[in-house]
Design a protein around this ligand. Structure first.
Ligand code: SAH
Length: 213
């Protein structure tokens, strides 16, 4: 697994592109600058790894566009040591970005093939999430709740209540909501029953799937 000066140069360019598109959080940009995205993709897409685009991975899924990863991560406001939950491990790229930020990461994937591949792959790069789980993200991870932040990396037709319930007070849920296109939505938990909702622009994700394995 090679990460050479050419890859590093391409990453720096990608970071510039993300800055131009409005990403300002230095820690997030530094994480993108560090994680070798090309290693999370099929080798036939190597040339595309540092374009700001989504790409196919195993099991008909996609690795999210870098801008989307950066945008969602920025909204999470991760601080070192935060306990965070990711729904949709996929390639593990977003997981790695969260590890770079010093978060204690729990991540759920419902496709066994991806779960297995990514569970083996992340430690090879030195990324050690707290726990990778094969399961249904709609349920969250009640035994580890509450979380400082929760990120959903697939398009949710509705906001699953367990995810709101598993947020810490002051916690943040970042979730793309919608069927064909999704509105990036932030829920901040202000009190036990008090959530503040903010909507951002449109994004396009693969669907968050229900009841299938
Ligand atoms: N974070 C990933 C994005 C992968 S795409 C990355 O950086 O590569 C979204 C992922 O969500 C897919 O891997 C898909 O299998 C998974 N997914 C879909 N429905 C899910 C569910 N109900 N629970 C957990 N994961 C789900």
């Amino acid at each position: 697994m090679i990460d050479n000066t050419k890859h590093k140069g391409l990453r720096q360019k990608l970071v510039k592109v993300l800055e131009r598109k409005g990403i300002t959080d230095k820690a997030v940009l530094e994480a993108i600058n560090t994680v070798p995205r090309h290693l999370f993709m099929d080798s036939s897409f190597l040339d595309h790894a540092y374009q700001d685009k989504a790409f196919p991975i195993a099991a008909d899924q996609t690795i999210s566009q870098p801008y989307t990863v950066a945008f969602q991560t920025e909204l999470m406001k991760v601080e070192k040591g935060d306990k965070v939950l990711e729904i949709g491990t996929g390639s593990g790229y977003q997981t790695a970005v969260l590890c770079e930020l010093g978060a204690k990461v729990y991540s759920i994937e419902r496709q066994r093939e991806l779960f297995k591949l990514t569970s083996k792959f992340l430690p090879k790069l030195g990324y050690r999430p707290k726990k990778l789980i094969f399961g249904d993200g709609y349920k969250g991870l009640v035994e580890e709740a509450p979380f400082k932040s929760i990120i959903v990396t697939a398009g949710a037709p509705f906001v699953p209540n367990p995810l709101l319930a598993q947020l810490d007070i002051g916690g943040r849920l970042v979730i793309p909501v919608g069927e064909k296109v999704q509105i990036m939505t932030l829920f901040e938990r202000k009190g036990p029953k008090d959530f503040e909702k903010t909507e951002f622009g449109e994004f396009k994700f693969v669907p968050l799937l229900e009841n299938k394995n």
